[in-house]
Design a protein around this ligand. Structure first.
Ligand SMILES: Cc1cc2nc3c(=O)[nH]c(=O)nc-3n(C[C@H](O)[C@H](O)[C@H](O)COP(=O)(O)OP(=O)(O)OC[C@H]3O[C@@H](n4cnc5c(N)ncnc54)[C@H](O)[C@@H]3O)c2cc1C
Length: 422
């Protein structure tokens, strides 16, 4: 491995931006904190309707989950639809289901409209079944999704084998609505689109305090500047810094790591994911697989704060089990990110104060939902009569948060270690 903590997405991003930090005092209608998909989609929608918006980012655009994820643009949520219905009730879950079923359409149409150079590949995704338990899960999902007219296809072992190029899986659920992207490039492209609509975006401008001044919200930045705004959107998901500790308490942070190999030779690429679908599996300690446009294999798994060598050994071993035809891979990139798992594994929109809103808790499914919810919140800010697909809820503190975080992290380590011993 050439670098222990280097993201392929950062190295291969083609979209470039030249942004400064905020050193002056400015006035806007809406200040958005966080330049990931949620904040940028919200900013873009507001600006398209003529609203004066500034986005303040503590680091750089896509620093959070939006620049670190797997890049699977899936429809719906991570939770199966019947469970969403149990949690929200029939009407609210239907509203959310229909909005998020169309999430890939929104993502890929923005990519088309703003010509975002992000390796967009809309060939579907495969949820790969491991063993009988995994297949049972997929059959249930298939049934639930088919009842809701989703065009998903349940593939048997032979078809899954051909599509993935591995004989480890017992079948797969194919969703043709989905696809893959270079996630950081998508975030950078959304930022470019927002800039083209006159949004001001400031990087290295961490918001360190919010108070009321002259009947407006005053946001002070670490860079010395300040913003006076009528409304504020906290779009910080799993990466909230300094502000509103209750947001941090509303999710369990879970680490997920990825490794990218050298570009694979053409003869091998003919047999591994020849249609370039993105894949994730049904294991409790989930892993994911995909190719990028240069033919690198990108393998990911839960766990990995600090990306230890055991995780790398596990990646080597698991990839060998999946693809015995592959030579030992040279993992040239390795990076990790933090996922915000809310108490009910659903995303949430909160009103934190009069005119301050937050979007949080995508629970590992945030490309489509983040883009949709950012847009929907913008529409609500413009017109409070607008019915959002997620009702505003009170912030819910996750109980035993630290214990749950350690449980997932340690659980992933034990699982990977166990697999190394087999
Ligand atoms: C490893 C990993 C894999 C994933 N894979 C997938 C996938 O394949 N498909 C999928 O749909 N989803 C996936 N997700 C989830 C998805 O990436 C996130 O849900 C999504 O990116 C959230 O976007 P966001 O804009 O809400 O937040 P983020 O992209 O996290 O952006 C929040 C931003 O807020 C900034 N910020 C925080 N505090 C402040 C402050 N005080 N002042 C200024 N700025 C601040 C942060 O620096 C950060 O840039 C994955 C997530 C991870 C971590």
């Amino acid at each position: 491995m050439t670098d222990a903590n280097l993201s392929l997405w950062r190295a291969s991003a083609k979209e470039q931006l030249n942004l400064t930090s905020l050193n002056d005092s400015i006035q806007v209608d809406v200040a958005i904190i966080g330049a990931g998909y949620s904040g940028l989609s919200c900013a873009l929608t507001l600006a398209e309707k003529g609203v004066n918006v500034a986005v303040l980012e503590a680091n750089t655009v896509g620093f959070g989950g939006s620049g670190r994820n797997v890049g699977l643009v899936n429809a719906g949520l991570w939770m199966p639809p019947n469970e969403v219905e149990d949690a929200l009730g029939l009407d609210a879950s239907n509203l959310l289901y229909h909005a998020l079923a169309q999430a890939p359409d929104l993502v890929f149409s923005l990519i088309d409209e703003y010509k975002i150079d992000c390796e967009a590949t809309r060939n579907g995704t495969l949820h790969a079944g491991v063993g009988r338990v995994g297949m049972k899960q997929l059959e249930n999902r298939f049934l639930q999704l088919s009842q809701r007219q989703a065009p998903v296809v349940l593939l048997g072992e032979g078809e899954a084998r051909t599509r993935i190029g591995s004989n480890v899986f017992s079948g797969a659920l194919f969703d043709p609505r989905a696809g893959t992207i270079q996630p950081l490039s998508y975030a950078l492209g959304l930022a470019r689109a927002a800039l083209s609509q006159s949004v001001s975006i400031y990087q290295n401008s961490q918001v360190v305090s919010i108070d009321v001044h002259a009947q407006k919200w005053r946001l002070k930045c670490s860079s010395g500047g300040e913003v006076m705004a009528n409304k504020v959107v906290m779009a910080t998901n799993a990466y909230p810094e300094k502000l509103f500790p209750q947001i941090q308490q509303s999710f369990v942070p879970i680490q997920y790591s990825q490794f990218a190999s050298q570009a694979l030779p053409d003869d091998i690429l003919q047999h591994i994911l020849p249609n370039k679908e993105g894949v994730w599996d049904t294991c409790t300690v989930m892993s994911s697989l995909r190719l990028d446009q240069s033919g690198r294999l990108i393998f990911g798994g839960m766990g990995g704060a600090g990306l230890n060598t055991r995780l790398l050994d596990w990646a080597d071993k698991r990839v060998k089990q999946l693809f015995s035809q592959l030579p030992k891979l040279d993992w040239q990139y390795a990076w990790s990110g933090q996922i915000a798992f809310s108490h009910d594994h659903l995303p949430h929109c909160h009103q934190l104060d009069d005119g301050i809103y937050s979007l949080v808790g995508y629970s590992g499914r945030g490309i489509g939902p983040g883009t949709v919810m950012g847009k929907e919140l913008a529409r609500y800010l413009i017109n409070p009569e607008h019915k959002m697909p997620l009702q505003m809820t009170q912030i819910n503190k996750v109980s035993l948060r630290e214990m749950k975080r350690s449980f997932y992290e340690v659980g992933a380590h034990i699982y990977h270690y166990g697999q190394l011993l087999t």
